[in-house]
Every structure is written in structure tokens, then in C-alpha cells.
Design a protein around this ligand. Structure first.
Ligand SMILES: *Cc1c(COP(=O)(O)O)cnc(C)c1O
Length: 396
């Protein structure tokens, strides 16, 4: 082995010692359950999926979709970038449907949320731009910031007082300021105050607002379009990003923005221009789901209800969860403890995963319960009593 590979191996051993080594676990899926090699034939309730509405587990939807669709739309490849020959009609149809449901000027469908976040900021931010980003924004947004020419200041998580002081101080020194946040935060499961952010941005003409709704799309709002829809501020957000890989049970992403901004992105956004367009079959499936999102009010209510139930159960078990959404993190501290706890839960039939540094800060390792509307109240209660038992025994 040469030095480079020895160095890689040494770094991996170090990660393993710290309890932060990641591995790809082979999984078999069956509806709401998963099976691992280690777990043998025992089904584990999947509490780590982003299938928030339980749609990925509903084979009846998929069957209905496949049966009703002409073969040319079932095409598994677009064979080109959208700017060349990959722009199938179903793309435009999906963009129109999203714009109508959101009540915005335009939308642009993109390959995935990572592309959206890594590509929009570099396209719209230059050297005279300041980005003010929440301390906890997703890695894909951090990469977008790094790829851009802009200066960036991170404000403390959800500390809009600090964001305001930064705006007051800097708005005259940059041609443009972009405030960047998520609506529901992936790791803490808490929410940004969108109306307050909108009020902040409206104080200066050169301030834009960028909101990543990856965890809220499908889950919030009357039509299921997210927190901005729920709070009536879609049109005040300059770049609203939603993804299809989570609640929408598909793949891909979109940005909702002004028509001129869409055209600008088509001309400047590298992860839009230099990539093969999503397969038409995939976009058609997304359209199929998006058309039905407004009708999934019961699923959204159920998701909300079981999340409250789990939070309550955790607090009755003598532990503390953070946040307020369907993502329920249970912070336990050290990585080793989070790993042990996840293993115990898995042997009890709950497939929950530990989240560790560098995804989150040192010393805040957690079990992250990512709930779906397909869960039943009894299952959540069983989970809560298992947590109570664990807390009383070796985790107390
Ligand atoms: C999942 C996620 C993304 C990435 O979306 P993909 O479509 O999976 O690439 C972006 N932002 C946030 C906050 C996410 O949770």
C-alpha cells in the first residue's frame, strides 16, 4: 500500500474509534418495514425514512400510475440536458402544476435538491453579494455558498435578532444580500419564522430570501406545498426550493421564483445546464403525486398527530426531544451512546438511526425519528415505552 492509501485507512480507523464511521448497510424493504442482515428475518418498523406521507409504501398508487400512462411517457431516460433535447412536455406540465398550486410566477424543475442548493447561489451571488445563512442550513446549501463568489456570514440558528443586526450593518456595503434558511430544519426538526424573515427582507430593496422546504414540501400547507404556503408568504420568497425525494415519494426538485429569475437560472445555473435531465417517467410520476398532494389532508393531520404523540411519550419517558415537526430528534450526547441506543431500538423492532458529527456538532449526537403518516398510534406508543425502558436501564 502506498502512503496515500495508508493515510486513508488511518483516517477511517480514527473515525471508527470516534464512533463516527459510516457504512452502507444492505437493506430489504417491505412497505413500512426494513430488514437488515444483522437483524435476520425480523421486520423493523422504518423510522428513518423521508417517506413522510407514506406514499412510497403505497403500491396501489404506483400501479394506478403505471397502468394509466402511455409508453412514450414511461421512458426511463431523457438522453440529454434540458437545454438540448431533454426537455420533454411533462417537465413543463409539472412546472405549471407546481406554479398553480403554489400561486407563484414560475417554477423550474431540477435534478435533485442537492443540485438546486449547490447551483442556485453560485448563479445568483457574485463578489458584491453577502449571504446571511442560518448556522444549521443543509450541507448542500453550504456547498452552494462555497461555490459562489459571495461573502458569507452565518447567524446563530433561528436568531433573527442577529440576522437583523447584520442586515442593518451590511446592507449598504453590498449590492445584494441573500438570507438563506430552511423552513423545517432537518437535524433539529424545528422551524424558521418565515413571516418574520419576510418582514426583515422587505426593509431593504436589495435583500432576497432563499428558503429550502425539502422537509416541508408535501407535509405542510393546505395544498401540501410547504410552510410558505401554510403561512401565506410564497410570493415573498425569492427562491423557494422543494424536493421530490421525500414526502412526494419520487426524485428531483424544483425552485419557485419570479419568471425573470427562472430565465436567469436557465442561463447561468451549472447543475441545470450541464446535467442530463431527469427521466420523463420520473417526472410523470412526480406530476401524478403533486396533482394528488392537495387531497392528502388526512395524511398530513395524522403525521402531525403522531409526531405530537411521540414528543409527549419521550417527555413522559423522562427524556427530551427538540423541535416541533414530524422530525423528532432525541439528543443523547456522545456518538457511542447514540449508536448503542439505536442498536437497542433496532433489536426491539424499531429501525431508527443515530446522527453523528460531522452532520451535527460534537456532543449532540442523536437518534432522529423521521415519522411517516403510515405509522399507527399504537406503534408510536410502543416506541415510547421502549424508550422509557431504555432510559430507566442503561441510559439513565
Ligand atoms: C434532502 C435535502 C436536500 C437534498 O435533496 P435531494 O433531492 O435529496 O438531493 C436538500 N436540502 C435539505 C434540507 C434536505 O433535507
Amino acid at each position: 500500500m502506498n502512503d496515500i492509501y495508508q493515510d486513508m485507512a488511518a483516517r477511517l480507523s480514527q473515525l471508527e474509534e470516534e464512533g463516527n464511521l459510516r457504512r452502507l448497510t444492505p437493506l430489504r424493504h417491505e412497505g413500512r418495514c426494513v430488514y437488515t442482515e444483522k437483524g435476520g428475518r425480523k421486520p423493523m418498523l422504518n423510522l428513518s425514512s423521508n417517506d413522510y406521507l407514506g406514499l412510497a409504501a403505497r403500491t396501489d398508487w404506483w400501479r394506478e400510475f403505471v397502468e394509466g400512462i402511455p409508453a412514450e411517457v414511461l421512458l426511463p431516460t431523457s438522453s440529454s440536458s434540458r437545454l438540448l433535447t431533454g426537455n420533454f412536455p411533462v417537465y413543463t406540465e409539472l412546472e405549471g402544476e407546481l406554479a398553480t398550486q403554489l400561486g407563484c410566477e414560475a417554477t423550474l424543475v431540477l435534478g435533485c435538491g442537492y443540485h438546486a442548493n449547490a447551483g442556485i447561489l453560485p448563479a445568483v451571488a457574485d463578489k458584491s453579494t453577502l449571504i446571511l445563512a442560518d448556522k444549521l442550513v443543509h450541507a448542500s446549501l453550504i456547498d452552494g455558498i462555497r461555490l459562489s463568489q459571495a461573502h458569507c456570514i452565518r447567524y446563530r440558528h433561528n436568531d433573527l435578532g442577529q440576522a437583523e443586526r447584520l442586515l442593518v450593518k451590511y446592507h449598504g456595503m453590498y449590492s445584494r444580500i441573500i438570507i438563506v434558511t430552511e423552513s423545517i430544519f432537518s437535524m433539529d426538526g424545528d422551524e424558521a419564522d418565515l413571516p418574520a424573515l419576510v418582514a426583515l427582507k422587505k426593509r431593504y430593496p436589495n435583500v432576497m430570501l432563499y428558503v429550502d422546504e425539502a422537509h416541508a414540501f408535501g407535509v405542510r400547507g393546505d395544498n401540501g406545498m410547504g410552510c410558505a404556503e401554510e403561512q401565506g408568504c410564497v410570493q415573498d420568497i425569492d427562491f423557494l426550493v422543494g424536493t421530490f425525494g421525500k414526502a412526494a415519494a419520487s426524485a428531483g426538485a424544483f425552485v419557485a421564483c419570479k419568471r425573470v429569475a427562472r430565465e436567469y437560472l436557465v442561463n447561468h445555473m451549472r447543475p441545470f445546464i450541464f446535467t442530463t435531465a431527469l427521466p420523463p417517467v420520473n417526472v410523470a410520476w412526480t406530476l401524478h403525486v403533486v396533482q394528488r398532494l392537495p387531497g392528502l389532508k388526512d395524511e398530513r393531520r395524522q403525521l402531525h398527530a403522531i409526531a405530537s404523540r411521540l414528543r409527549q411519550g419521550i417527555s413522559l419517558a423522562g427524556m427530551q426531544s427538540v423541535g416541533s415537526s414530524h422530525i423528532v430528534p432525541l439528543v443523547v450526547g456522545e456518538s457511542a451512546k447514540a449508536i448503542r441506543m439505536a442498536e437497542c431500538l433496532q433489536s426491539a423492532g424499531f429501525y431508527a438511526l443515530p446522527v453523528r458529527p460531522p452532520t451535527i456538532p460534537q456532543g449532540t449526537s442523536r437518534i432522529r425519528f423521521s415519522l411517516t403518516a403510515a405509522l399507527k398510534a399504537e406503534e408510536v406508543d410502543a416506541l415510547a415505552s421502549e424508550l422509557r425502558r431504555l432510559h430507566k436501564s442503561h441510559f439513565g
